[in-house]
Design a protein around this ligand. Structure first.
Ligand code: FAS
Ligand code: PHB
Length: 389
C-alpha cells in the first residue's frame, strides 16, 4: 500500500486533517485502532471555537452543525449564590458554537465515506518506521495479517495513549505535566438544559458545569475525588450534589432524569515538545492535553490540524517546506496559551484539597475582580472564544 500522508488515529484530529487534505487533492489513509462504532460512542467535548467552525466549513462538513449547533454569545460564572455573565458579543464580538464532538466525528466520517477516503479500522500494532528519513512507512496488523503502508509524511493523530509520540526518541522529547488532584464526573441526560448558556460554578462544595447538546439533551459535570468511580455516583447522588453546587434559582429549575451516559475524566495539563521529528508530525491529544475547564482540548487539536494542513499544502502545491519546518514552533505558541488559560480557569473554579484560608480569599477576590472588571472579562472572553490561528 502507498499514500502521500499516513494518518494514525481516526478521532477528530485525524478525520479533520484527512478531509482537508482530500479537499486539496492530497491522498491520505487513516489507520484507526478501534471500530468506528467505538469511536462514535465517545462522549467528549461540546464547545467549538469560531476557528474550528471555519475549518469545518473549509472541509465541507458544516451543514448539520449549522442546522443543529447552538450559537452562544456568552457563559455564566457562578460563585456561591452570585452569578454573572461574560458577554462575548459585547466584549470580543465573537460567539462559540455548542455542538458535540460526537456529532463532529459523525459528520467527518460521513464526508470521508462520500469522498471515498480510505480508513482502516481495527488496525493493530501500528508502528512507525523511517520517520527521520525520506521514505517513511507504517506497519500494522489487520485481521491477523501484517501490513505495510508506504508514505511521504506521517500525521500522528492517535491521542494521548497512541504510538506516535513515543516514536520521537526520548532524548529529543521534553515533556511538561501537571496532574490535578480531582476529576470530573460527567452525566448525559435526556432533559432540557438548566440554562440557555453554559454555567461554570465555583461553590464551597466544589466545581460544577451545566452544559448541553440539544434542546432535550443536557451534559453536566461535578468535580469529584480521583479515587471515585461512576458506580460511586448513583443518579440521585449526582443530582443532589449538582444542585448543592448551583445558585438556588438554577437548582430549583433543574430538570433531573435518568443518566444515559456516566463517566469520570481525570484532569491533566500536558505538553510534549517538539511536535515533529523528520516526516512525523503530531496533532491534538497525541502531543498535548488540557483540563476541560476552558473547553480547549478539541479546539487546540483543530488549530494543529490547520497549521499542518497548510504546511502540507504549501509543500505539495509549490515545494515550499518553510511551513513544515516551522510547524512545531507555530502550533506550540498557540497551545501554550490554551494551556495557560485552561490552567487559570481550573484554578479559578475548583476547590483544591490543600487550599488554605488565604488561598480561598485570593480565589474569592479573583472571582470578585472578574465579576466587576470589563478588562478581566474581556481577557476571559478572548481566550474562551479562541485566540487567532
Ligand atoms: P482522540 O483521543 O480523540 O483520538 C485519537 C484516536 O486515535 C482514537 O480514535 C484512538 O482510538 C486512536 N488511536 C489511539 N492509539 C492508536 C494506535 N496506536 N493506532 C491507531 N489508532 C490509535 N475536550 C474539550 O474541549 N471539552 C471536554 O469536555 C472534553 N472532555 C473530554 C473527556 C475525556 C474522557 C477525554 C479523554 C477527553 C476530553 N476532551 C475534552 C478532550 C478531547 O475532546 C480531545 O481534545 C479530542 O478528542 C482530541 O482529539 P484527537 O487529537 O483526535 O484525539
Ligand atoms: C461539554 O459540553 O462537554 C463541555 C463544555 C464546556 C467545557 C467542558 C465540557 O469547558
Amino acid at each position: 500500500m502507498r499514500t502521500k500522508v499516513a494518518i494514525i488515529g481516526g478521532g477528530p484530529s485525524g478525520l479533520l486533517l484527512g478531509q482537508l487534505l482530500m479537499k486539496r487533492g492530497i491522498d491520505n489513509v487513516i489507520l484507526e485502532r478501534r471500530t468506528r462504532a467505538h469511536v462514535l460512542g465517545r462522549i467528549r467535548a461540546g464547545v467549538l471555537e469560531v476557528g474550528f467552525v471555519e475549518l469545518m466549513h473549509q472541509a465541507g462538513v458544516s451543514a448539520r452543525m449549522q442546522r443543529e449547533g447552538f450559537i452562544h454569545d456568552g457563559i455564566e460564572i457562578a460563585h456561591g449564590e452570585r452569578m454573572f455573565r461574560i458577554d462575548f458579543q459585547k466584549l470580543v464580538r465573537r460567539p462559540v458554537v455548542v455542538y458535540g464532538q460526537t456529532e463532529v466525528t459523525r459528520d467527518l466520517y460521513a464526508a470521508r465515506d462520500e469522498a471515498g477516503g480510505e480508513t482502516i479500522h481495527e488496525a493493530e500494532d501500528v508502528a512507525i518506521h523511517g520517520a527521520d528519513g525520506d521514505a517513511p512507512y507504517v506497519t500494522f496488523t489487520k485481521d491477523g495479517e501484517k501490513c505495510r503502508l508506504d508514505c511521504e509524511f506521517i500525521a500522528g493523530c492517535d491521542g494521548f495513549h497512541g504510538a506516535s509520540r513515543p516514536t520521537i526518541p526520548a532524548n529529543l522529547r521534553r515533556e511538561y505535566e501537571k496532574a490535578y488532584p480531582f476529576g470530573w464526573m460527567g452525566v448525559l441526560s435526556e432533559t432540557p438544559p438548566a440554562n440557555r448558556e453554559l454555567i461554570y460554578s465555583c461553590s464551597e462544595h466544589g466545581f460544577a458545569l451545566c452544559s448541553m447538546r440539544r434542546e432535550n439533551l443536557s451534559r453536566y459535570y461535578v468535580q469529584c475525588p480521583l479515587s471515585d468511580s461512576p458506580d460511586d455516583w448513583p443518579d440521585d447522588r449526582f443530582w443532589d450534589e449538582l444542585k448543592r453546587r448551583l445558585p438556588a434559582p438554577v437548582a430549583e429549575r433543574l430538570v433531573t432524569g435518568p443518566s444515559i451516559e456516566k463517566s469520570i475524566a481525570p484532569l491533566r495539563s500536558f505538553v510534549s515538545e517538539p511536535m515533529q521529528w523528520g516526516r512525523l508530525f503530531l496533532c491534538g491529544d497525541a502531543s498535548h492535553i488540557v483540563p476541560p475547564t476552558g473547553a480547549k482540548g478539541l479546539n487546540t487539536a483543530a488549530s494543529d490540524v490547520h497549521y499542518l494542513h497548510s504546511a502540507l499544502g504549501a509543500w505539495y502545491d509549490r515545494g515550499d517546506e518553510a511551513e513544515l519546518a516551522g510547524y512545531s514552533a507555530r502550533a506550540l505558541s498557540r497551545i501554550w496559551k490554551a494551556e495557560r488559560f485552561s490552567w487559570w480557569m481550573t484554578n479559578l473554579l475548583h476547590r483544591f484539597p490543600e487550599q488554605s484560608g488565604f488561598d480561598l480569599k485570593i480565589q474569592a477576590a479573583e472571582l470578585d475582580y472578574l465579576a466587576n472588571s470589563t478588562a478581566a472579562q474581556k481577557a476571559l472572553a478572548e481566550n474562551y472564544v479562541g485566540l487567532p490561528y
